[in-house]
Structures are given as structure tokens and as C-alpha cells.
Design a protein around this ligand. Structure first.
Ligand code: SF4
Length: 331
């Protein structure tokens, strides 16, 4: 097994996927604040942010990211101020106000190679690494990403891995949980176990679109109702499954930071490839991506259910009822 030496000097939080290769090349530990938020007492973190004055009518992920940043002894926070969330600039100002240095990273809205190259160069310059060092780390991380591509195939093709397991592995690949070697060891063990399983029965083949759910039980509920999630759109994007050699190309084919139509192209390809029967599109309360969801809904010619979540909790009775009705009509 190839291993990389990961000298750790700083803990760097970030608000959504970005070229983590640069941070690892600099010897730092990247920490996805969203994953920290969900792994801690999420309701308490939201409450703490509201005590700081964050409004009730603001996305819970933003409040969670703020409190997570303050709770995890970070040396710096990188905010993705273009290509993710319209609230990130203000979030960064609040984090800076609490004494944590911040850095702004942007995905170019026009998906332009040169612009993105300049952004990555600026990130490399900030963390004092060369492109050669970045690419060396990328080659190592791509070995792990190739295993995640296989895990994804075990989900939709060989039916040995559930949609919930797929979600958890792919979403955690945004930062490799701060330790790629450890992540890979656990992944190898999981893949070994999964290969021994009997094939899962395939029922209604579901595509899950949108940001990772804040609901704790959405995958279990879909499964209980007879659906199998065989495609996790954004989580798969976080795992950088295209394995491009060039780092700029990798973050150009990554669809999440760009337009709804960039996402749609990838979704349409996967609908055909995975023979999906229906779509469940998750949106977060008070999120601008609800507007993109209108376009996805309009252009996807499959049964399409939009679910909206707000707090990190189990699904409420109204949402469960909507899910039940959807499966009753389409099973
Ligand atoms: S769910 Fe939407 S509003 Fe909330 S942090 Fe993500 S992009 Fe921003």
C-alpha cells in the first residue's frame, strides 16, 4: 500500500469542498465544518449561533458551521465565497470577528480554466506550496478516490452497498476525515466486508439530488418505504470521481460550484447509466439552491419529489406523509 507522510501543523476549517490537495501538501489538516456540525450536538450548535444573533430564518448549516468553527480549535477557516453559498462572506466576517483568521476561495462562475488556475495558484501561494507538491498529493488522494468510485459501483451496479452507506463514505471524502491513510484503511476494510455480502434486492431505483440532508433518518425512511438510493448526486461530486490528472480540470468537471445546468448534465447521464426510476431532491430551508431545484424539476422527466429540511432532526410527520404518498403513487 502506498502511504504518504502527513506532517500536521495547522487545523484548517472549510465551508465546502475545495482543492484539499493544497492543504495536505502544506502539511495541514483540512476539516469540513459541515461534517463537524453533524458529528457534534447539532441542535446545540445552532442554538449557540442564535445566541450570537444569527437569525432563526437563516440556513441551519450556516449557523452550524459558525459554531463548529468556534468549537474545534481551528487555526484558519477557508470560506468558498463563490460557487457555494450566498451567506459565506458574512459568515466569514463573523468568524473573523471571533479571532479566527479567514481565507476566501472562489470557483469562477463561468467555469473558466484560467480563472480557476489563478485561484488555485493563490491558494498554493497562501499555503506556500508548489503545483508539483499539490499534484503529488493529488496522485495519492486519487488512489483513494478510485476506491470510492468502486464503492459507488458496488452501490448501483453490484448492489452490495446501501444508499446510506454510499452517502456517508462519499460525503466524508471532502476532507478524508483529516487523515487520508486512516480513511483508506477503514475504506479497505469496509469494501472487503461489502464484497462478501449477498446482493441487495433492487426495488424502486432512486436518485438523491441536492446538498446532503440535514434529516437524520431520510435514507432509512426511503428504504423502509421500498426505495433504494442508487445515486447521491452532490456527495458523489465531493468524492471527485472523474480522476482527471490535472488539478484544474478536476475542479472544473466538479459540477456543484457551477450552474444548475452543469449539474443537470451530470444528473441526466447518471439517470440513464443507473437506470433510475424516480428522483428525491433535497432542499434546505432558506437556501438559494431551492431556485436551482426549480430548474432540475422542470428538466428531469422522472417522478420528482422535493423535500425540504430545516433542523438536524428526524423527519417531521408532514414530510414523512409526503414521502409515503410519493411511494404509494410510484410503486
Ligand atoms: S444549504 Fe444552501 S444556504 Fe445552507 S449553507 Fe448550503 S448553500 Fe448555503
Amino acid at each position: 500500500m502506498n502511504t504518504w507522510s502527513w506532517p500536521v501543523t495547522k487545523r484548517i476549517g472549510f465551508t465546502t469542498s475545495l482543492p484539499v490537495e493544497v492543504l495536505y501538501a502544506a502539511g495541514h489538516t483540512p476539516i469540513d465544518l459541515n461534517n463537524i456540525f453533524l458529528s457534534m450536538d447539532s441542535s446545540e450548535l445552532i442554538h449557540k449561533a442564535e445566541l450570537f444573533g444569527f437569525p432563526r430564518t437563516l440556513c441551519s448549516w450556516i449557523k452550524g458551521n459558525f459554531s463548529a468553527a468556534l468549537s474545534t480549535q481551528l487555526d484558519e477557516v477557508i470560506g468558498i465565497v463563490q460557487g457555494d453559498c450566498s451567506n459565506t462572506n458574512s459568515l466569514l466576517e463573523m468568524i473573523k470577528e471571533e479571532g479566527i483568521p479567514v481565507y476566501r476561495f472562489s470557483f469562477p462562475s463561468l467555469r473558466d480554466y484560467h480563472q480557476l488556475d489563478l485561484e488555485i495558484q493563490a491558494l498554493e501561494s497562501h499555503y506556500e506550496v508548489s503545483r508539483k507538491q499539490t499534484l503529488e498529493v493529488k496522485a495519492r488522494l486519487d488512489q483513494i478516490r478510485a476506491k470510492l468510485v468502486y464503492l459507488d459501483e458496488l452501490t448501483w451496479l453490484q448492489r452490495k452497498v446501501s444508499g446510506k452507506e454510499n452517502h456517508l463514505w462519499l460525503v466524508n471524502s471532502s476532507d478524508f476525515q483529516g487523515n487520508p491513510d486512516q480513511f483508506e484503511r477503514e475504506l479497505d476494510e469496509f469494501l472487503y466486508q461489502a464484497r462478501q455480502r449477498d446482493e441487495l434486492p433492487t426495488r424502486i431505483r432512486i436518485g438523491y439530488l441536492g446538498v446532503p440532508p440535514i434529516f437524520r433518518d431520510i435514507y432509512d425512511s426511503i428504504s423502509d418505504l421500498g426505495g433504494d438510493v442508487l445515486f447521491n448526486e452532490v456527495q458523489r461530486q465531493f468524492s471527485m470521481p472523474f480522476l482527471k490528472q490535472d488539478i484544474v480540470d478536476q475542479y472544473l468537471v466538479y459540477t456543484y460550484p457551477y450552474t444548475a445546468f452543469d449539474r443537470l448534465k451530470d444528473i441526466q447521464q447518471q439517470i440513464v447509466k443507473r437506470d433510475l426510476h424516480a428522483i428525491i431532491s433535497y432542499t434546505q430551508s432558506f437556501c438559494h439552491l431551492q431556485i436551482d431545484n426549480l430548474l432540475l424539476r422542470k428538466h428531469i422527466n422522472l417522478p420528482f419529489l422535493t423535500l425540504e429540511g430545516d433542523q438536524p432532526e428526524k423527519m417531521d410527520s408532514r414530510t414523512i406523509l409526503r414521502l409515503e404518498s410519493f411511494f404509494e403513487v410510484h410503486s
